[in-house]
Design a binder for this molecule. Structure first.
Ligand SMILES: Nc1ncnc2c1ncn2[C@@H]1O[C@H](COP(=O)(O)OP(=O)(O)OP(=O)(O)O)[C@@H](O)[C@H]1O
Length: 264
């Protein structure tokens, strides 16, 4: 079954288009890397698939349902954690919150099965033993893994990740990319990952979308990551370089410099 189908999808904010006329089909179990410069509409597309933003025209189906009827199938990891770090939550509590909200009611005392599931997914992201550590005291990579666990606790069929590696140092990027590889390898979860820097994630991508308000390209990585396509968005200095059988994408995107990422 297709996990996500978009046909002539146009997404607007108060009538002004942010994403226009997009068509694509992502099969269940595939990982899509969603690439594009600042303001290209990546977050907008992700939020619309997650039913956080509803102003769109055209067709958008998630597991053959309108996005807002598929919410229990979707896990979302936002660009910044949206947690108030003044509240001293433990890693386990942060993860368990994903399980409690899913049930549609708040508990003062967490049900045992939620605590057990939270500990299990913390183990899956490599954080066994961190249950009672304060979230705010964790490193950037550990926090991002806790947020991944928070999204995984409800067993989503579709996981949407907005810039999961941005704001992380290089070793934390590797940590988080390894967990994403583990999710792809061991769970049949469809993933859509937005990124400015495709290089640390390239091996994960079954499909790559290059978005610049309109769909520039969608296909297998080797179909999309071509000099002519990359230059059409990022300018004449951008290029794709094969290194030891892998493709590296040099976009020179301003955001990459900002985060010290893989752009040159
Ligand atoms: N809440 C909003 N109201 C009005 N316009 C918005 C809103 N959110 C985003 N936009 C506009 O929609 C366009 C796409 O923004 P979006 O954040 O989706 O891009 P992006 O590709 O995720 O960018 P970045 O890489 O910088 O995060 C931009 O022109 C932005 O100003």
């Amino acid at each position: 079954m297709a996990a996500v189908i978009a046909e002539n999808l146009t997404i607007t904010y108060e009538g002004k288009p942010a994403v226009e006329g997009v068509d694509f089909l992502l099969e269940e179990g595939e990982t899509l890397l969603l690439l594009g410069p600042n303001g290209a509409g990546k977050t907008t597309l992700l939020k619309t698939i997650a039913c956080f933003h509803r102003e769109y025209s055209g067709e958008l189906r998630v597991f053959d349902r309108p996005p807002c009827d598929a919410r229990e199938l979707i896990g979302y990891v936002p660009q910044s954690s949206n947690l108030n770090e003044k509240v001293p939550l433990t890693a386990l509590e942060v993860v368990a919150m994903g399980g409690i909200y899913r049930r549609g009611f708040a508990h003062f005392k967490m049900p045992r099965e939620v605590v057990e599931k939270a500990a299990e997914v913390l183990g899956f992201v490599g954080l066994s033993g961190f249950e009672s550590r304060l979230f705010r005291e964790l490193s950037g990579g550990q926090k991002q893994r806790v947020l991944l666990a928070r999204a995984l606790i409800s067993d989503p069929k579709l996981l949407l990740l907005d810039e999961p590696l941005s704001a992380l140092d290089p070793s934390a990027r590797v940590e988080v990319a390894n967990v994403l590889e583990r999710i792809k390898g061991e769970r049949n979860i469809t993933m859509i990952i937005t990124t400015h820097d495709i290089n640390p994630l390239i091996e994960l991508g079954d499909r790559v979308m290059l978005l610049n308000r309109r769909l520039v390209a969608f296909g297998r990585p080797e179909e999309v990551l071509r000099d002519s396509i990359i230059k059409s968005v990022y300018g004449p200095l951008a290029r794709v370089v094969p290194v030891e059988g892998r493709l590296f994408c040099i976009t020179g995107d301003a955001h990459l410099h900002e985060h010290g990422g893989g752009g040159l």
